[in-house]
Write a protein that binds this ligand. Structure first.
Ligand code: ZN
Length: 121
């Protein structure tokens, strides 16, 4: 798909899934990078990235449109849920060397959310 189609689908799924974070009081802004250069530092190779201040429930979520355009719609939806799940998990503090464990928990919980929705259909 094109980067603009990816952006449209990201918006669609943010709208569908934002309650995961906003129902806990989170506020966030969404940014779209057209190529790696405007992603946050060291996040050029990521499909998306979320920076947050959990004490203020405030976040910025970045999507790399050139990478996201390689995904299908399900992959985009999973990426959106993954980033929002970071906010759900955020109150749990972790050390940088535990990042792999954090990512695994976020991926497990986000797939659970996605599976629960699929069962409702
Ligand atoms: Zn992640």
């Amino acid at each position: 798909m094109t980067p603009s189609e990816a952006k449209r689908l990201i918006r669609k799924h943010i709208k569908r899934w934002r309650y995961l974070a906003t129902s806990y009081g989170w506020k966030f802004d969404v940014y779209y990078a057209d190529n790696g250069h405007v992603m946050p530092k060291d996040m050029d190779a990521c499909y998306a990235a979320t920076n947050y201040k959990s004490e203020y429930l405030d976040a910025d979520i970045w999507f790399n449109l050139s990478l996201c355009s390689e995904l299908d719609e399900k992959g985009i939806e999973e990426t959106v849920i993954h980033e929002l799940t970071h906010l759900v998990i955020a109150p749990i503090d972790f050390e940088e060397e535990q990042r792999k464990e954090l990512e695994r928990v976020v991926t497990m919980v986000s797939r659970l959310f996605m599976g629960l929705r699929n069962e409702k259909r």
